[in-house]
Design a protein around this ligand. Structure first.
Ligand code: ZN
Length: 386
């Protein structure tokens, strides 16, 4: 099996490197914004917009013109990545891709500065070679496995980071057997981060929702107010912006750590993971502002993503119930289905009279459905040999 994984490290750039980073990120932003403007104008006029290939061809011509000859100083594939990002953003908007999203926005200076090398990057000891920039030292906290496929440089606050997306081949793991005592049903929610039902006895566990963003919200609001009081583009304003961005990064890292630790802990003790398939984008669209914030803060998507790839790597089973599967409406005892408005926190079955907490009921149902899918697959001898 091919394993794909990303690794991020803090860079230790010299002043000359930082200047080049800003120059590269600025050029990519310029190419992206110019391309977006072209696509937008042309689409409004003719209903068609120039393709990636047409815009890329134009990029070569721009380098030959005196006023845009500065583009020659930037690695050509880095600039092309800017156009590719734009093309992807357009495809997403027109729903050609699996992830529909809003109309692409113009990129602003100082916000999420980044650029990407699709190839040509080498790592040697504790330094990385970036084409047209040179060797830059970084805090190498772990070994980098496999082959580096892409390298992205990003700025967070005043710091710069390098992210390597790597690939390597791993022997297919032995598939775990289908044993209900190693199964867990997971229902994610807002009251608890997740409610789980494990083993044949449906042992319950409620995982507390850490609500990192909600807890940090008042301080973030305070920092954001401080920033708005400062004179624009002044030294004090950039100091205040840095403080705010550092706090946002802290929240992001806490979430990431929580998700990684929880998924690793679950993987160690179970072989079968039965979860619901979440349509977060849809949930966010139909939720109020506060609710949407709570959903984003919960980071269910990244938790389930981590769980899935870790399970696959170790030959464990990850079963997702369909997007429209009504796990919260089905009785865990008798399979009766009844409407369950979100405000009703307890499942009182109108058929068999069993009473259960709503989320716990769902986790049992998810586990049962996952197990029945796996058992029916397992009963086929050709699949069992895989
Ligand atoms: Zn029932």
């Amino acid at each position: 099996m091919i394993v794909k994984r990303g690794f991020k490290f803090k860079l230790k750039p010299k002043a000359i490197h930082e200047n080049l980073f800003l120059q590269f990120a600025g050029a990519v932003r310029w190419v992206f914004n110019r391309g977006l403007d072209q696509k937008k104008t042309s689409f409004e006029k003719t209903g068609k917009s120039p393709s990636y290939f047409e815009q890329n061809k134009e990029l070569t011509l721009l380098k030959q013109q005196p006023e845009t000859a500065w583009l020659k100083d930037i690695h050509s594939q880095v600039l092309q990545q800017g156009l590719k990002n734009l093309d992807r953003a357009f495809e997403n908007f027109f729903r050609k891709s699996k992830k529909p999203s809003g109309f692409p926005n113009f990129k602003k200076k100082g916000i999420k500065e980044s650029f990407r090398f699709p190839q040509g990057v080498t790592v040697e000891d504790k330094r990385v070679f970036l084409p047209k920039i040179g060797w830059v030292a970084f805090h190498k906290s772990r070994e980098i496995p496999g082959v580096i496929k892409e390298t992205t440089i990003t700025q967070e606050g005043n710091d710069w980071f390098v992210s390597f997306s790597c690939e390597w081949e791993k022997k297919d793991p032995k598939l775990a057997s289908v044993d209900e005592n190693k199964a867990i049903g997971i229902d994610v929610g807002l009251t608890s981060f997740a409610t789980t039902a494990a083993t044949e006895n449906n042992c319950r566990e409620d995982i507390e929702n850490p609500r990192f963003f909600t807890k940090a919200l008042s301080h973030l609001r305070y920092l954001s107010k401080q920033l708005s009081k400062k004179v624009k583009k002044s030294k004090n304003s950039s100091k205040a912006r840095l403080k705010l961005s550092k706090h946002h990064t802290r929240v992001k890292n806490l979430r990431k750590e929580f998700v990684q630790q929880l998924s690793s802990k679950m993987i160690k003790s179970h072989d079968i993971f039965c979860v619901e398939s979440l349509d977060i984008s849809h949930l966010l669209k139909i939720s109020s502002k506060g609710m949407a914030r709570a959903i984003s803060d919960a980071s269910w998507r990244s938790f389930l993503y981590c769980l899935k790839y870790k399970a696959e790597e170790q030959g464990k089973h990850f079963v997702e119930a369909g997007k429209y599967f009504p796990s919260s409406q089905i009785c865990a005892s008798c399979n009766h289905q009844q409407p369950m408005p979100l405000s009703v926190r307890e499942y009182l079955c109108l058929s068999c009279g069993v009473k259960n907490d709503r989320d716990y009921n769902s986790s049992i149902v998810l586990k049962a459905v996952g197990m029945s899918v796996l058992k029916s697959l397992w009963s086929c001898p050709c699949l069992r040999e895989l």
